[in-house]
Structures are given as C-alpha cells and as structure tokens.
Design a protein around this ligand. Structure first.
Ligand SMILES: [Zn+2]
Length: 138
C-alpha cells in the first residue's frame, strides 16, 4: 500500500516548469547542451524531492522574484521613459538650432536675456525691459 505516495513527493510547480523550459531552450544551442541538460535533470529532481518545505520556499522565492520583475517592467512602461528621452533629445536639438540662428546675449544694463537673429551686421538693440540701447554685432 502506497497511500501517501503522491503526497510524499513534491511534483511539478511553476519553478520546476520554468527550469525545465529554460533548460530545454538552452539545450537548443550548441554550447548549452550540458547546462541545459543539467537544468532539466534538476527540474526533474525537484519534482521527485521529498523535502517539500524547502521546495515550497524555493517556489515562493521564484514567484516573488517573478512578480518584482513584472512590477519593474510595468513601472518602466508607466513612467514612459522612452517618451521623455525622446523629448530631451528634441529639446537639445532645438537648443542647438537656436544657437545657430540666434545670438543670445544679455542687456548690459538690466541683465535681461535677449535673443537676436544672427547675421544682421551691426545693429542697435533696444532692451524690451529697460529700453536701454546698445550696439551689437550679430
Ligand atoms: Zn535692459
């Protein structure tokens, strides 16, 4: 009579399945045969293991790791990082273009930042803030 046989071994959990699938995948590669084979053997060994509390502990660690990886990717998507990177580059490009076409200077009187078109020769600039006039070569 082997009444409790099925309860004495651990069986297939998600971690074992994951190891098995990973092992099978690695074994597809030329240099992955040994590692892949070992992973497959290990996954079978886990299913036959009698140390159930230890296996459950591993399963829990695996599942929580899986959850945190998933959370990380969800967070990554939500923060829209790719969009903000694009935006930063866009801004930088705009600034470089601006520097090429405009001359940025400061009013000698009130230090107001002024943006003037380039290539206009000597011009008389009137500060829009304090109405101070000064000559500038653009
Ligand atoms: Zn001024």
């Amino acid at each position: 009579m082997r009444v409790n046989y099925s309860e004495d071994i651990y069986g297939w959990d998600k971690f074992s399945k994951f190891i098995f699938i990973t092992g099978a995948f690695i074994a597809l590669f030329k240099y992955g045969k040994l590692i892949g084979g070992l992973l497959i053997v290990y996954s079978f060994w886990r299913t036959r293991s009698g140390n159930i509390p230890k296996r459950v502990e591993e399963e829990m660690a695996f599942l929580s790791l899986g959850k945190s990886v998933k959370d990380y990717f969800l967070k990554f998507n939500r923060s829209n990082t790719s969009f903000s990177i694009k935006n930063t580059f866009g801004n930088l490009k705009g600034k470089l273009k601006e520097r090429k076409e405009f001359l940025v200077t400061k009013c000698p009187n009130c230090k107001q930042k002024l943006r003037l078109p380039r290539g206009k020769g000597n011009i008389l600039v009137t500060c829009p803030r304090c109405s101070y006039k000064f000559k500038l070569k653009t």
